[in-house]
Structure formats: C-alpha cells, structure tokens
Design a protein. Structure first.
Length: 300
C-alpha cells in the first residue's frame, strides 16, 4: 500500500483519512491539521519521513511561480528541513497548469464565463487561475494587494502582478507565512465587513484559495461562480446558503471530501516514482489524466 501524508498549518477540524485504489495501487491518504502550530507540524513531518511515499504541505507554500520566476519561502524551507527521505510538495508543481486548463474548459462544461467580471483573490498564489481567466476573456482584476497585504487597491493588469512580485516577493518570502495567509483558527473565523467585500460583491466570478474567500465573503453571493479548492461538506453548504450559483472545486472528491492540491500532487509523485523536481507541468497533467481525477462542479 502506498501512503500519502498531508501536514497542514490549517485547522484540525478539516482532518480526513481515506483508503482507495488509484491506477491499481492501494492508497492511504491522510490530512493532519496542526492549528497553526509549526512545532507540531515539524514533529509530524519527522514522524512521517521515510514512512510514507510522499508528503503534502497544506496551509503554507514552498514557493510561488510567477511568470518565469520562482520565489521560495524561507519559513517553509525551515519547516521541511527535517525531511531526509520522503519528498514534500505544496501543490504548486501541479496547480498552475491544472487550474489554467480547468478554467479554459468551463464553457465546454456548460459554464460560460467570457465577458464576466472575475476577481482572482491572489494571482501570485494561483497564477494559473489568473492566466486562465484572462485567456477565457473574463474582465479580470487581481486582489493581491488587498487580500495578502490589506492594501485596498485592485490590480487590473497581470503585468502589474508580475512587476509587484519582482519588487515585493524577495522581502515577503523572508516573513512568516501567517503574516499574509490565514492559518489555524483564523481559517474558521466568521467573515467580517471589510473593504475587500466590496470587490467580492461586484465580481461575478470569485477565483482563489477558499480560506481567503471565506474570510471576506459577504452574506449575499447570489448568482456568483466560485472557483476554489478543498471544500468540505460544510463549506459547500455555506456557499449554497449565500446563493452561489456554481461551485467549481479544482480537485476531485474522495469519500465526501476534496483534498488540497498538495495532496493530489503528492499522490502523483507517489505514482510516478520520481522526485518532484523531475516532473514537468506537462508530466503532472499526464499523470492527472491517467488517474481520471476530475474537478467537482456543483450547480445550485
């Protein structure tokens, strides 16, 4: 049996373990949240090292790929420094190619998006989503300054995102991840009125990490399309209650739960038998297609 372990800085209330067959291989897949406790996360990584085939990292990022540049986070590199035998991935190797392809496929799946107003919550984190929205003909704005740094200024060009990344990322990658990403109990906090809500209200499509969306989503999201990741049954119900018309979860549902992209990438690494550095985006997509994994699309 192959094993995949996901260690997350997110809430332990979202933990899940499943056993299933993938391409003829028996898999045990487990997600363990540490409620923002980095010491506990490092301890779990040490315990899993050499005992699982691949490790996923949730609630944090190893790196961003923005345009042609890669920015590695010092905080996360320290976290995985305890690993000696098992490869660790955060989902980025798969995410950009997978999410761009998914968005471009939405019209063929019965979800027209051309000409709609799209808000990409954090383009540096979901660069594939950002490029997909642009290529699909959406009227797109990028919320990087608003949602990561609290600066209420939307970006209207992808070139602005790339330029700001060149300026700011060399500094941001030195900071603790929780400075700009909700970890632990912050992921479960009820949304409060904020300047960011205005942009969510105005958008027809909301694309990005669910933890950012949940943090600022207004009570009324009638008619909106949400494109996101890792939805639990309670997440789905919360979005349904707010009036969301279409929910697109980029990763497949496994026994009533969708896991993060980090878990899916870890599964593909375990199947391939290669190290993450040896796998190209095209190879990831090829392995993804072999598994038959599909996004979850729910129309309410």
């Amino acid at each position: 049996m192959k094993r995949v372990g996901s260690v997350s800085l997110g809430s332990s209330s979202r933990d899940k373990s499943v056993e299933m067959e993938i391409l003829g291989e028996e898999f045990k897949i487990e997600r363990i949240g540490t409620d923002g406790d980095k010491k506990r996360a490092k301890q779990l990584l040490e315990e899993l090292d050499g005992k699982v085939d691949a490790i996923g990292l949730g609630g944090t990022n190893l790196y961003f790929v923005i345009g042609q540049r890669r920015y590695e986070f010092r905080d996360t590199k320290r976290l995985i420094s305890v690993l000696k035998r098992t490869p660790a991935v955060d989902g980025t190797g798969l995410r950009n190619a997978m999410e761009e392809r998914l968005i471009l496929s939405l019209p063929d799946r019965g979800i027209p998006i051309k000409g709609k107003k799209a808000l990409v919550i954090l383009a540096v984190d979901r660069f594939g989503m950002a490029c997909g929205c642009l290529k699909a003909g959406c009227e797109t704005i990028f919320g990087d300054l608003m949602f990561a740094l609290g600066i209420p200024i939307p970006l209207k060009k992808i070139e602005s995102v790339i330029l700001l990344a060149k300026i700011l990322m060399p500094v941001l990658i030195l900071l603790p991840i929780e400075v700009f990403y909700p970890t632990g109990s912050k992921q479960e906090a009820e949304p409060k009125e904020s300047s960011r809500m205005k942009f969510i209200r105005e958008a027809e499509i909301i694309a990005g990490d669910l933890n950012y969306i949940k943090h600022d989503m207004p009570p009324d999201m009638t008619g909106k399309i949400v494109i996101t990741n890792t939805t639990t049954p309670s997440d789905v119900e919360a979005l349904r209650e707010r009036g969301v018309s279409v929910l697109v979860t980029t990763t497949p549902r496994m026994q009533e739960r969708t896991f993060g992209t980090n878990v899916i990438e870890a599964i593909l690494v375990a199947l391939s038998g290669k190290s993450p550095d040896e796998l190209t985006p095209e190879e990831y997509l090829s392995w993804l297609d072999k598994t038959g994994f599909e996004p979850v699309i729910e129309k309410f």
